[in-house]
Design a protein around this ligand. Structure first.
Ligand code: S3P
Length: 435
């Protein structure tokens, strides 16, 4: 169903908000719970379409998952070798995390499986995970372009490898670690930069020994996972839209509660601070192995443009669409570089954000690995989100600074990561309507 957002000018954000659970952590909680011994309980689970795709995939492989209430699940683990052949292809919708992590987890099973996705997921690069899995002995077919569907055939066994990944990608690293659980020997993954370390942290919560440091992760095969209780923090990537929304309107203040502040994800805090916003976190504590905090944001009288290079981009990769909006509202130029990965997300986010900003009167010049954005005012207009949830939500918050109505097309996929976005945004002070 096509969905359009219409946002009126003049909104202001205020108050305390709790955005839904972290997407990356919710996927992993279901996956690790499913292959653990015993029943795992998950609270704060993100009931977005992407994580529901992961959940349904495991149900189709014989895992019992009970809903204990809103965002609470009990996953009856079947152990490392207890999954059953799915009766049909597993449809993973829009979810790259489901596909790349499941490719690894299913590569070492003794049954065949087929992974499919929607149009966007079927365009995304899968060789980055399939090639190292083949080096481990997996048998996986892709399309001629190296994309889904992925057809996985059973093999006699996997062997561990030492892999130097050409891209820093938590999905690749995690897929290989999951395959590594089924491999003989020690699987080691080196990366050229930092990627999120939720898999490493959660494997430890399930009793697995993992060696990890920035740019490196390793584990030995055959380790048994023991059921765990996982409390999922609120998703910093969802909180980021409201952080930017508060930062671009002078004298706004908001507090976001129980937000995950894993240091591999907090680039957005650093970026907003460098642009002049006041961002603090308070009351930091651990939810399982993951740090959470209250994030407080106050906008300055005016943000300033900055240079954002590859190290900061890596720590804010999913927040970059919202960063484009902050840049469009800042005084001066913002130059983003080292962000070529944005071109292979749910949409080409460099193209989608520059095109949308230009439709709202902003000088935004795409570059192969980033963009040059000249900040100033935004006018009203119509923007195509290209079916990308994060592009849609970024423009919804950008409308706070526009002088006329902003219309955003093709917003249905917001439900992949942020169910209830419109209601929460309305309560926070954004005059948004879904039509
Ligand atoms: C994710 C890793 C990142 C991120 C994605 C979620 C994960 O992708 O952009 O939204 O949960 O592992 P890459 O691994 O491609 O960097």
């Amino acid at each position: 169903m096509p969905l359009t957002y219409r946002v009126q000018p003049g909104g202001r954000l205020r108050g305390r908000l709790r955005v839904p659970g972290d997407k990356s952590i919710s996927h992993r909680a279901v996956m690790l719970g499913a292959i653990a011994e015993g029943a795992s309980e998950i609270t704060g689970f993100l009931e977005g379409e992407d994580c529901l795709c992961t959940m349904r995939a495991f149900e189709r492989m014989g895992v019992r998952i009970e809903r204990l209430g809103a965002s609470r699940l009990r996953v009856q683990g079947v152990g490392l070798r207890g999954l059953r052949a799915p009766p049909a292809p597993l449809d993973l919708g829009n979810s790259g995390t489901s596909m790349r992590l499941l490719a690894g987890l299913l590569a070492g099973q003794d049954f065949p499986s087929m992974l499919t996705g929607d149009e966007s997921l079927s365009r995304r690069p899968m060789r980055r995970i399939v090639e190292p899995l083949r080096q481990m002995g997996a048998s996986i077919q892709t399309s001629a372009q190296g994309t889904a569907p992925l057809s996985i055939a059973p093999v006699a066994g996997l062997k561990a490898i030492r892999y130097h990944s050409p891209v820093a990608s938590a999905q690749v690293k995690s897929g290989l670690l999951l395959a590594g659980l089924y491999a003989q020997g020690r699987t080691e993954v080196y990366e050229p930069g930092v990627s999120r370390d939720h898999t490493e942290r959660m494997l430890r919560a399930f009793g697995v020994e993992v060696e990890a440091r920035p740019g490196y992760a390793a584990l030995s095969g055959g380790q048994i996972l023991r059921a765990a209780r996982i409390a999922v923090p609120a998703d910093l990537s969802s909180a980021a839209f409201f952080m930017v929304g508060a930062a671009i309107v002078p004298d706004c203040e908001i507090v976001l509660t129980e937000v995950g502040v894993n240091p591999t994800r907090t680039g957005i805090v650093e970026i907003l601070r460098r642009m002049g916003a006041e961002v603090e976190w308070r009351n930091e504590r651990l939810f399982g192995g993951e740090p959470v905090a209250e994030i407080f944001v106050r906008g300055p009288s005016r943000l300033r443009g900055i240079d954002i290079g590859p190290e900061l981009v890596a720590l804010a990769i999913d927040e970059m669409p919202a960063v484009f909006v902050a840049a469009a509202c800042a005084q001066g130029e913002t130059c983003i570089s080292g962000a070529a990965e944005l071109r292979v997300k749910e949409s080409d986010r460099i193209a989608a954000m520059c095109e949308g900003l230009r439709a709202l009167g902003v000088a935004a010049q795409p570059r192969p690995d980033g963009a040059l954005i000249v900040g100033g005012g935004l006018r009203g207009g119509t923007v195509d989100s290209r079916g990308d949830h994060r592009v849609a939500m970024s423009f919804a918050l950008a409308a706070l600074r526009a002088d006329q109505t902003v219309t955003i097309l093709d917003c249905a996929n917001v439900s992949t990561s942020f169910p209830g976005f419109v209601e929460l945004a309305q309560n926070a002070g954004l005059p948004i309507q879904a039509i």
